[in-house]
Design a protein around this ligand. Structure first.
Ligand code: ADE
Length: 421
């Protein structure tokens, strides 16, 4: 088996951590048990381009239990947990190509190694694999059955492909499932983003001014968690509806030009480029901390920051200080994890309990695609509602939460239009 990981000797630690994560992934475990019996993915070649974490390992093992031949590479150069990559190869015989800190050349080489296996199904996080397959290996597209996409940014790129008539096989947008974005994007990103910032800097959040750029589900989660830890939170938005939501959720909403002068910590979660740029760096407070939790490292204009700085140095692992000249002399701005996904680069990503639902959607989404792909158009599809509902039901069950049922008369009332007050 071909593979490329940092150090196979890390496998025992990786296995222990993967098992630990599995304790909080009971929905995925129940799917794995069924997959072992029914083998719904028998013989299917799946290429997974995901963050190589303990939670992802549990997903890949589930796909393998369902009969799939699985190969994996990283969906971000900094998010790989090297011990997990090692156990995937050594203990699970899953060909894995991922090394934490790999440069861009190796990142794409790893993706190519995965594509060399001629997959029939892609499981992507950010659409890099699908994009590369379509652009560089059109001859392989005829083999494709279907795919899934994990994240908001990836779904946006896929919709652009669909609009261009460039998409060659159906892809399920896992991100659009309620049991994904309402929990993973909000509670997962909310907690793990602050976790990454705290691990990297050990700062106290109470009393700090935290500026959150973007008030989608991720921004909502980050803002609420920061407020919960005693920070004063300022939200920046470009969408009037989201800005209004933020105002009525009790946050101060400002333009970045203003917020840039006030923030102690800046967190970007917009999915767009150059959210923090030259004119903002110029007016920031001395010691301002910048972190990105959007999928790509484009939200902080690091080129501009490097260009305007007189010096730069690493002041702590994963913390780079930039010295910017100003009318008083100079001020310093600190960037965490090279502006890459802070929750995965500086912490462990979302906790297993939310990834349980996200990855249950992945596993059941692939099973559904294998059954239905022939009748599907080459478009971006939602996770079927019954799957989404079933995951919510199962998750509640594993949490020992029971809910009410409608009575007969309530069902009748809801289906009637003749009964009034
Ligand atoms: N995305 C965010 N957190 C993650 C995790 N723990 N594993 C895989 N992908 C993730």
């Amino acid at each position: 088996m071909d593979y490329d990981v940092a150090d196979l000797d890390l496998a025992p630690l990786g296995k222990q951590r993967v098992d630990w994560a599995s304790r909080n992934m009971p929905v995925l475990a129940s799917i794995r048990e069924r997959f072992e019996k029914e083998r719904p993915l028998e013989g299917k070649r799946i290429a997974a381009c995901l963050h190589i974490t303990t939670e992802t390992a549990n997903l890949l093992k589930t796909l393998k239990a369902g009969g799939a031949e699985v190969v994996a590479c990283a969906s971000n150069p900094l998010s790989t947990q090297d011990d997990v990559a090692a156990t995937l190869v050594k203990d699970d015989e899953i060909a894995t190509f991922a090394i934490k800190g790999e440069n861009s050349e190796v990142y794409y080489k790893h993706m190519d190694s995965v594509l060399d296996t001629h997959p029939q199904i892609t499981m992507d996080d950010g659409c890099d694999l699908v994009s590369r397959l379509h652009q560089q290996r059109p001859e392989q597209l005829k083999n494709m059955i279907a795919g899934t996409e994990e994240t908001t940014t990836g779904v946006i790129r896929l919709r652009a492909m669909e609009a261009d008539n460039a998409l060659h096989y159906p892809i399920v947008a896992v991100n659009d499932a309620n049991t994904k974005h309402l929990f993973d994007n909000r509670h997962g990103t909310g907690q793990s983003t602050l976790d990454g910032i705290i691990r990297a800097t050990n700062i106290l959040l109470a009393g700090k001014c935290v500026v959150v750029a973007g008030y989608g589900f991720c921004g909502k989660g980050v803002s609420n968690r920061a407020r919960g830890m005693g920070a004063q939170v300022v939200v920046c938005e470009v969408d009037p509806l989201r800005a209004l939501e933020a105002v009525m959720d009790g946050f101060r909403v400002e333009e970045m030009a203003e917020a840039a002068k006030e923030g102690d910590i800046f967190i970007t979660v917009t999915g767009d480029r150059d959210v923090l740029r030259k004119e903002h760096f110029e007016v920031m407070k001395n010691g301002a901390i910048l972190a990105n939790s959007g999928h790509f490292d484009i939200e902080i204009d690091l080129k501009a920051l490097a260009k305007m700085s007189i010096s730069t140095k690493e002041v702590r692992p994963l913390v780079q200080e930039f010295e910017i000249p100003d009318s008083q002399g100079s001020h310093q701005v600190l960037v965490i994890a090279e502006g890459r996904l802070v929750n995965l680069a500086a912490a462990e990503g979302h906790p297993a309990a939310v990834m349980d639902m996200s990855f249950a959607n992945q596993a059941l989404g692939v099973e559904w695609l294998v059954k239905n792909a022939e009748s599907l158009d080459n478009i971006v599809l939602g996770v079927p509602q019954d799957i989404d509902q079933e995951i919510a039901r199962l998750k509640l069950e594993t949490m020992n939460v029971s809910i009410d049922k409608l009575t007969e008369s309530q069902i009748e009332y809801l289906s009637s239009w003749t009964v009034g007050t």
